[in-house]
Ligand binder design. Structure first.
Ligand code: ZN
Ligand code: MN
Length: 434
C-alpha cells in the first residue's frame, strides 16, 4: 500500500458452512462437496410450493457455540427472517437468515498485539445453490446445482476495526482455527466452506466518521489473495480521492492473475432486501441455563492454549506454531507425561527432522543423540587435551601401534563425560595426538 494521507477502513463478513449431517431446514445431507449435481435435494431446499422448513437444532447449537467462543452475548429470544432478492441459485426468491435478532452479538477477539477486534454479530442462515457455466450442444449455458441449497451457514460480521491487511489475516486465521477446534466445519477456503467478504474504504487520517461509501470485495479464496485485494483497493480508492472523485458503493470481484479487483454490481442497502420475520418458523427462546451449558461444553480454545504455553515459558512464536497443529500439541502432552520438561518437549517436537516427526520413540532417541553431540566441540577438546597430558604412556603406546591404547583413552573420556558419541571422541583424540 502506498504512503498517503488516508487510512484504511476495513471490516469482514465471513461465511462458514457447518458440517452437520443434514441441511438447515430439511433432512437432505449437508455434505455437498463433489456429489452428483441435484442428487441431494427435496421440496424444501428446492423451494417447491407447500414445503415447510424445520430448523436443524444441531446447527443452531453450533452457531451459538461459535458465538460464545468469539465472546458474544446470546439473544435469549431470537428468530429467523426472510432476505428477499432474486437470483437463479435461490429457488425460493428469498434466503432464510436473521435480521434484527441474531443468535449472537457484541463479541470480540484479541490479536497478538493486544488490539481488540469487535464482532458485531454471529448469525445463522442457509446457503444458496451453485451456478455452473458450461457448454451443452455447442451452446453456452448456465446450470444450477441445488445440492448446496439450504446447507447451514454461519455469518460472522466484524466492526471496521482492522488498520491493515495483516491484522485481518491474523483475525481470519484465528476464526478458522476456532471453528476447527470446535469441530463444526472444515473451514476450507478452497472448497468454499469458509468464504470471505472484505468491506473496504478509506478516510483521511484523523477523521472519526466512517466514509460514506463502502466497497465489498467478494469471492477471494485465499489469505494471500485477500491481502493483495485489500492493498489494491486501498491504492485504487486513494487515487480516486486524490483526483477529486468518490468511489462508488459496489461489490467487486478479484482477478487473481492480474492482482486487481473489478466491478461486479452496485451494492444493495439492507432495506433493499425487504427483510421480514419468517412466518413458517416460530421464534426461538433459550434459557440462561441452556446457554451456560453450551458455554461450559466448549473445548479449550486456541487462545487459552497459547496463553498456557506462554505462561509456562514457551515463546509466543512457538506457541503460535503449535496451536495450529493439534498433532504436535498432542505429542508434546505425551512427552510432558513422560516427565520431560515442557520447553524441552516443545523444542523436541518443533525441531525434530520431518521424516521422524510422527514417531514419538524416534523423536526421543533423536533428542538423546543430539544431546550427546551437544557436549562436544570446545568442551570435548579441553577434556581430551587434559587426559592426553595425564596419560603420556597410552599415547606413546598408541603411536607405537597399540590400538588398545586408543580404546583405553576413549573409555576414560566416556567415564568422565557420560553418554557421548564415540566416533567424535576418537576423532578428538587423534586430532590432538597428531
Ligand atoms: Zn432438502
Ligand atoms: Mn450472509
Amino acid at each position: 500500500m502506498s504512503e498517503s494521507k488516508y487510512q484504511l477502513v476495513l471490516g469482514f463478513e465471513t461465511h462458514i458452512e457447518l458440517s452437520t449431517n443434514s441441511k438447515m431446514f430439511c433432512g437432505c445431507p449437508a455434505d455437498h462437496f463433489g456429489k452428483v449435481p441435484n442428487s441431494q435435494t427435496c421440496p424444501v431446499c428446492l423451494g417447491l410450493p407447500g414445503a415447510l422448513p424445520v430448523p436443524n437444532s444441531s446447527a443452531i447449537e453450533w452457531c451459538i457455540k461459535l458465538g460464545l467462543a468469539l465472546g458474544c452475548k446470546i439473544n435469549l429470544f431470537s428468530k429467523f427472517d426472510r432476505k428477499n432478492y432474486f437470483y437463479p441459485d435461490l429457488p425460493k426468491g428469498y434466503q432464510i437468515s436473521q435480521y434484527d435478532q441474531p443468535f449472537c452479538y457484541e463479541g470480540q477477539l484479541t490479536l497478538s498485539s493486544g488490539k481488540i477486534i469487535r464482532i458485531t454479530r454471529v448469525h445463522m442462515e442457509e446457503d444458496t445453490g451453485k451456478l455452473q457455466h458450461a457448454e451443452v450442444d455447442g451452446k453456452k449455458v448456465t446450470l444450477v446445482d441445488f445440492n448446496r441449497s439450504g446447507v447451514p451457514l454461519v455469518e460472522i460480521v466484524t466492526e471496521p476495526d482492522f488498520s491493515n491487511p495483516d491484522e485481518a489475516i491474523e483475525f481470519l486465521k484465528e476464526v478458522q482455527l476456532i471453528v476447527r477446534y470446535l469441530g463444526i466445519s472444515s473451514a476450507d477456503m478452497e472448497k468454499g466452506s469458509m468464504r470471505l467478504e472484505a468491506n473496504i474504504s478509506v478516510r483521511p487520517i484523523g477523521q472519526k466518521d466512517l466514509p460514506k461509501f463502502k466497497i465489498e470485495v467478494k469471492n477471494v479464496n485465499s489469505f494471500r489473495f485477500i491481502k493483495k485485494a485489500i492493498e489494491f483497493e486501498f491504492d485504487r480508492q486513494v487515487a480516486m480521492l486524490n483526483s477529486g472523485k468518490t468511489p462508488v458503493q459496489e461489490t467487486r470481484g478479484f482477478n487473481e492473475d492480474k492482482g486487481e479487483t473489478f466491478s461486479q454490481r452496485s451494492k444493495e442497502d439492507a432495506h433493499d432486501y425487504r427483510y421480514f420475520p419468517e412466518p413458517d418458523i416460530p421464534p426461538l427462546r433459550f434459557s440462561n441455563e441452556q446457554v451456560d451449558e453450551w458455554r461450559n461444553s466448549l473445548p479449550k480454545l486456541p487462545g487459552q492454549i497459547r496463553g498456557d504455553l506462554i505462561s509456562r515459558g514457551v515463546s509466543q512464536e512457538k506457541a503460535l506454531i503449535l496451536v495450529s497443529d493439534p498433532d504436535k500439541l498432542h505429542m508434546i502432552t505425551k512427552l510432558v507425561q513422560k516427565d520431560i520438561e515442557l520447553t524441552k518437549a516443545v523444542d523436541m517436537i518443533i525441531n525434530s527432522p520431518s521424516d521422524i516427526s510422527g514417531d514419538l520413540d524416534k523423536i526421543i532417541l533423536w533428542a538423546k543423540q543430539k544431546e550427546t553431540i551437544s557436549v562436544s566441540t570446545s568442551e570435548l577438546t579441553e577434556v581430551v587435551a587434559k587426559l592426553i597430558a595425564a596419560n603420556p604412556k597410552a599415547v606413546l603406546d598408541y603411536k607405537a601401534g597399540k590400538e588398545q591404547s586408543l580404546f583405553f583413552l576413549v573409555g576414560l573420556i566416556k567415564r568422565q563425560l557420560g553418554n557421548i558419541d564415540i566416533s567424535l571422541v576418537r576423532r578428538a583424540i587423534l586430532d590432538l595426538i597428531k
